[in-house]
Ligand binder design. Structure first.
Ligand SMILES: Cc1cc2nc3c(=O)[nH]c(=O)nc-3n(C[C@H](O)[C@H](O)[C@H](O)COP(=O)(O)OP(=O)(O)OC[C@H]3O[C@@H](n4cnc5c(N)ncnc54)[C@H](O)[C@@H]3O)c2cc1C
Length: 399
């Protein structure tokens, strides 16, 4: 049994060390700020010393301390070429974690954050299942902290969308302005980033119905992730929309938490695998509305309290009381950058579930390759794996 007296002691002693930790980190980041103007001049980074190319991203052990923690480092909009060891495409938990590992191994690291800087968690409120937070942390705060951590170990985050990954012929290809060997040329706008390693962490976006009320009530009863938000609906009534594997899995998961689960599906049969259907039909707290679509969602001023469903055959509408709505109509993995160079599965995810690809130096991590778990912690874990594998690859091949 949990002893609250003891836990207070533990909590307060942990709090003290956490405060010290924070102070120490603040000191080191402040130091970085003061030294940031020396970034190029003081560096003994091999890229920089060769041609003094100011577009190289400096991050050797020495100049790591000189890293600019200011906001300016987020938006490098100059149009010239960049040269780096690691180019990471995507700034969600996978990309930022990979960048932290690579930067701490004294590599030059550039992260492109794309059109959703810091990823899907920017669109949510309480995150209760990311380890390390006794009280729920807000998704945007968690991501801001991850990005700050990355910047403080020397990562350069560029708020740009990548348009193309070119794989350079043979490892001996050299560029006009550097005799380092780069394997990838990342194109963004009119600019290029040459890199030895490329880690693609472009994520996946949940599909939504497109209702105005759905958008308005996201995080206030409307969700796309039962594993993430199901716990908020203990003993309540939730609606799940969809008929494929995602919807059935979400409904089964929620049936263990909620008092009642209402599955709304626009057809009269499910598309989910038979074994999942069997499990679902055996549950006694799941109710089905066949041939219905969700047409609107209502709230009591703050939270979802009712939904409107429409019969696709006779167009009749009806309202049902509900405390939450889970839209489970699938995810769209962001694989357009790699669809020509890697094999995708039938749902558009990078096939295989592994971080290593068949192309030397090219790695994938997070939701873009993971159609099963799709969690911040698993994305971060894969980012770590990709970075460690890539570091080994560079070391073994002496690149
Ligand atoms: C509403 C909601 C709530 C959630 N709640 C939780 C939760 O409570 N707990 C939990 O563990 N998980 C939760 N998740 C899931 C979690 O957010 C994801 O599993 C996680 O963010 C995946 O991380 P990722 O790094 O793989 O990708 P993402 O977070 O999707 O990040 C992808 C990044 O790639 C960038 N990108 C894409 N294309 C390009 C391009 N061409 N060029 C440059 N950049 C590009 C994007 O801009 C973005 O920065 C939730 C998801 C949603 C949608």
């Amino acid at each position: 049994m949990f002893d609250s007296n003891n836990s207070n002691d533990i909590q307060s002693s942990n709090l003290n060390s956490a405060n010290n930790f924070e102070k120490e980190n603040k000191v080191s980041c402040n130091k970085n700020d003061n030294l940031s103007s020396n970034l190029l001049n003081n560096s003994d980074d091999k890229h920089l010393s060769k041609d003094n190319n100011s577009n190289n991203v400096g991050n050797s052990n020495d100049n790591m301390r000189n890293f600019d923690c200011s906001e300016n480092s987020l938006n490098n909009t100059n149009e010239k070429n960049l040269y780096c060891d690691f180019c990471i495409i995507g700034a969600g938990p996978a990309g930022l974690t990979a960048s932290i590992y690579a930067a701490r191994a004294a590599k030059n690291v550039v992260v492109f954050s794309g059109s959703t800087p810091f990823g899907q968690l920017m669109n949510t409120y309480d995150v209760e299942n990311y380890p390390g937070f006794a009280t729920p942390i807000q998704g945007p705060q968690l991501m801001k902290d991850m990005a700050e951590q990355a910047k403080c170990v020397g990562v350069q985050i560029i708020a740009k969308q990548v348009d193309k990954i070119d794989i350079l012929k043979k490892k001996s290809q050299k560029t006009e302005s550097s005799d380092e060997e780069y394997k990838f040329c990342i194109l963004y706008g009119k600019s290029k980033c040459y890199s030895k390693i490329c880690i693609v962490t472009t994520g996946a976006t949940p599909k939504w119905l497109g209702l105005k009320s759905e958008e308005r009530l996201k995080g206030r009863g409307v969700s796309s992730c039962a594993t993430c938000d199901g716990a908020f609906f203990k003993n309540l009534t939730v609606v799940v929309v969809g008929g494929g594997n995602t919807a059935v899995e979400e409904a089964i998961y929620l049936s263990n938490i909620a008092k009642k689960v209402i599955l709304v599906h626009r057809r009269n049969t499910l598309r989910a695998e038979a074994i999942l259907q069997k499990k679902l039909f055996a549950l006694n707290n799941v109710e089905f509305y066949w041939n219905f679509t969700l047409s609107d969602i209502f709230d009591d001023g703050s939270f979802v309290n009712e939904v409107e469903i429409e019969n696709v055959q006779n167009m009749k509408k009806q309202r049902i009381a509900a405390d939450g709505v889970f839209i489970a109509i699938g995810h769209a993995p962001q694989t357009s950058l790699v669809k020509e160079i890697l094999t995708l599965d039938e749902y558009g995810y990078v096939k295989g579930g592994q971080v290593k690809t068949h192309i030397d130096g090219l790695y994938v991590a997070g939701d873009v390759v993971d159609s099963v778990y799709r969690q911040a912690v698993t994305a971060a874990a894969q980012g770590c794996m990709a970075a460690i594998d890539a570091l080994k690859f560079l070391s073994i091949n002496e690149i």
